[in-house]
Design a protein around this ligand. Structure first.
Ligand code: 1HE
Length: 261
């Protein structure tokens, strides 16, 4: 596996899975301008052979959020531009064309939580914790958190976190929607890669439908959503790969649905 490291990020690609690592452990992976620009570049230029991405953090924490030393004296226009840079980078993650799995450990706070929310799945190691300290720092979220986090945890919970500084741990976080999976300390990356390998087996058009169509359908009015669903469904089932997969099941060459409990 060849790793390309250009501080503050490192990228390695192994058998169709890209591992993207936040690599500023000394600063708890705080997100400075170089990190945001690097994320935008990496997720814009993913090689076509990549079928899933695992996003993780080096050191004891996933990310301490916005690099507060980056918060120079900004007027409103500069603040707006800064937030839009974050939006652009995180939209590249959300719409990079393949599923992105974030592996969370230690602090997942502020902009770090906003970053995690732009991934499609989240695995949290026991010991991970979530916070939105923007409330007590006199600022507001600016990395898409007010759009993406309510979808995961609801407006009331996000408001409480920002008003009162309330934090949540990994175990509670699974049932509340912060993450879908829980892993033992140190085992998150392996779990993230296992999930990435699993989702990479899906037909690319299915993954496209799930990451591009499903969220938009869910945000649509019902009539528009139902039409979009029919259109997406028609396109997906017409693909040769779908025909092959259906034929494999009917010929008893494909596995049955198994519930592992
Ligand atoms: C940082 C940052 C940072 C650490 N910007 N430098 N985010 C926050 O308000 C979270 C602030 N950070 C913390 O609360 C703690 O650092 C942690 C709980 C994440 C980790 O604690 P710990 O004890 O492991 O590390 P530390 O000793 O606090 O920090 C180690 C170093 O990282 C230290 O620098 P050093 O030069 O003294 O070694 C810290 O200053 C530095 N560091 N976090 C800059 N965030 C798009 S809008 C998004 C808005 C937000 O994200 S607001 C939330 C910001």
């Amino acid at each position: 596996m060849l790793e390309r490291r250009s501080e503050p990020l490192a990228v390695a690609i192994d058998d169709g899975i890209a591992l993207v690592r936040l690599a500023r452990p000394d600063k708890r992976n705080a997100l400075d301008s170089a990190s945001i620009a690097g994320l935008e570049r990496i997720f814009t230029e993913l090689p076509p052979a990549v079928r899933a991405v695992v996003l993780h953090g080096e050191g004891d924490h996933f990310s301490a959020g916005l690099d507060l030393s980056d918060l120079e004296e900004r007027d409103a226009a500069a603040g707006l531009a800064h937030s839009r840079l974050w939006h652009r980078a995180f939209e590249r993650i959300e719409h990079c064309g393949v599923p992105v799995i974030a592996v969370l450990h230690g602090a997942v706070v502020g902009g770090g939580l906003e970053l995690a929310a732009s991934a499609h799945l989240r695995v949290a190691e026991r010991g991970a914790f979530y916070a939105l300290p923007e409330g007590s720092r006199g600022i507001f979220v600016g990395g898409g958190g007010s759009v993406r986090l309510p979808r995961l945890i609801g407006v009331a919970r996000m408001m409480d976190m920002m008003l009162t500084g309330r934090t949540y741990g990994a175990e509670e976080g699974v049932s509340l929607g912060f993450s879908q999976y829980l892993a033992e300390p140190g085992a998150g990356l392996a779990k993230g890669v296992e999930l990435a390998r699993r989702v990479a087996e899906n037909a690319p058009l299915t993954n496209f439908a799930l990451i591009e169509a499903l969220p938009r359908i869910a945000d649509s009015d019902p009539a528009t959503g139902l039409l979009l669903e029919s259109l997406m469904s028609a396109v997906a089932q017409a693909a040769p790969e779908a025909k092959d997969r259906l034929r494999a099941f009917l010929d008893k060459r494909a596995g049955k649905v198994v519930h592992r409990g």
